[in-house]
Design a protein around this ligand. Structure first.
Ligand SMILES: Nc1nc2c(c(=O)[nH]1)N[C@H]1C(S)=C(S)[C@@H](COP(=O)(O)OP(=O)(O)OC[C@H]3O[C@@H](n4cnc5c(N)ncnc54)[C@H](O)[C@@H]3O)O[C@H]1N2
Ligand code: MOO
Length: 426
């Protein structure tokens, strides 16, 4: 690059060549095209099924509720009978939740009923006890109740044959409740992915160790471990591997033998101390290196045999962002979960960016600004952009995504905000 005087300008922007790099959308498509489910199927009790991935469609084998029942404490009656008797019916008995004997309703009669009790045969409506009056043996039910009021119908929650939890869905508490309501005690889920996490860098010291001048504590490994576990993976901590080609190569080769996925951090760019690229090229196949995003540009994706390798940049924010965007997508594909595109919420920006480079997608650390007097919720960006600042991640509620076409942002412009919860991690 030269200026007008023909002098060579210094390359002070390490993102200068973004047009040559793969775009975010293409990376997502590549990951989904290359990766398929490798997880086996196992049966687990519902009690430990939370956040696991359903391996088969679970179909309702019976209606829920199984029987017509009362939604309130009160009196059950036949609506036509009630209309005929001007709301005055004799009390014919008592039904509570758990009574297992079916009963009939006689003409001119109502029965005392409690929430959840099965409706007597012939009854179709329930009046709330607060609205009724007792007059000797008779119950006076107010006018105007619609037929079917306060009555819960068989199968209104789940109809027989309905899909309750489809294969590929992450199982939530409400899904577990639905399965239990059908009487199921277990479910078929995908086995957990075996994921190795490895840090590279001569400067790194494991937390708890003694640190010397020029060294830093390894914060990526524990962060990545926590993120993998929050998505249901089983982690092996490979530890810190020295920045030496043969060390990195042998650690990678060894980890690839017994894992579905190896996640590394550091050494992903092309400095003299960055050996990840060469190691992957020698041991397996590289599908991708360098993405037109910030942060996270030097990410690598490849495989060694059947083991997927994702090499994340060493800068903690870049590693975190790459995890949310790409590792999660890869883990979902390998583990048999449906692809989940995070929802983007358009919000007014509470910040200005006078100049943004076209052709790269940027992910800023954003936090929600509580509603102002005029009622608008806005999103602010962390003031410092440095990709080494964990403080920016701590202050954030999610990522602000600026597309390739954006060249500036003015306060009040609508920007896409992705809450961390959308990535399944918080
Ligand atoms: N001349 C250039 N230099 C850099 C470029 C570039 O294009 N040209 N890209 C920059 C960008 S962007 C990133 S991101 C980093 C990525 O580099 P590496 O993946 O090779 O990472 P390292 O050099 O090993 O480390 C970067 C940084 O992160 C710290 N780090 C590494 N691992 C950990 C860890 N486990 N825990 C905490 N901190 C870690 C490391 O000490 C460095 O400070 O390269 C830029 N440079
Ligand atoms: O991709 Mo590097 O992300 O900015 O720090």
């Amino acid at each position: 690059m030269t200026d007008r005087g023909g002098r060579r300008k210094l390359l002070d922007d390490c993102f200068l060549h973004d047009t040559d790099r793969m775009r975010h959308a293409d990376v997502m498509a590549l990951l989904r095209k290359r990766l398929a489910c490798v997880a086996s199927v196992k049966i687990v009790p519902l009690a430990v099924a939370h956040r696991r991935i359903s391996a088969r469609d679970v179909v309702a084998n019976r209606p829920v509720p199984m029987h017509e029942n009362s939604a309130v404490d009160g009196y059950a009656f036949n609506h036509a009978d009630y209309a005929e008797n001007a709301g005055k019916l004799s009390l014919g008995g008592r039904l509570a939740a758990g009574d297992t004997e079916a009963r009939d309703l006689k003409q001119g009669e109502c029965v005392r009923i409690f929430t959840g009790a099965v409706m007597p045969d012939g009854a179709d409506t329930v009046a709330m006890q607060e609205d009724c009056r007792i007059e000797g043996e008779m119950i006076l039910i107010p006018e105007g109740l619609k037929a079917g009021a306060n009555c819960r119908h068989s199968g209104e929650d789940l109809a027989t044959g309905e899909t309750v939890v489809p294969a590929g869905q992450i199982i939530r508490a409400q899904d577990i409740a639905a399965l239990a309501s059908m009487g199921l005690a277990e479910i078929q889920v995908r086995s957990r992915l075996r994921v190795a996490v490895m840090s590279t860098g001569n400067e790194l010291v494991a937390p708890g160790g003694t640190i010397r001048h020029g060294q830093v504590f390894d914060s990526n490994a524990i962060m990545l471990r926590t993120l993998v576990e929050s998505l249901g993976g089983l982690v092996t901590d490979i530890g810190i591997v020295e920045d030496r080609a043969e060390r990195i190569e042998s650690a990678l080769a060894e980890a690839a033998k017994s894992h579905d996925l190896v996640i590394t951090s550091g050494g992903a760019s092309r400095g003299e101390e960055d050996h990840m690229l060469a190691a992957l090229d020698r041991l397996g196949k590289r599908h991708l290196w360098q993405i037109a995003i910030k942060p996270g540009r030097p990410m690598m994706f490849g495989q060694i045999g059947d083991c997927v390798v994702l090499s994340l940049p060493g800068n903690p924010v870049a590693a975190f962002v790459c995890f949310l965007l790409y590792v999660r997508t890869a883990m979902d594909a390998l583990a048999g979960a449906d692809h989940r595109d995070p929802v983007r919420y358009p919000l007014p920006a509470a910040f200005d960016i006078p100049k943004k480079k076209r052709d790269r997608r940027e992910f800023l650390r954003g936090h929600l600004v509580p509603k102002t007097a005029d009622g608008a919720l806005t999103v602010a960006k962390y003031p410092q952009d440095g990709s080494g600042l964990i403080s920016g991640l701590r202050a954030a509620d999610g990522l602000i995504e600026l597309g390739e076409e954006v060249t500036s942002v003015r306060r009040g412009d609508m920007v896409d905000f992705i809450p961390f919860a959308e990535f399944g991690v918080v």
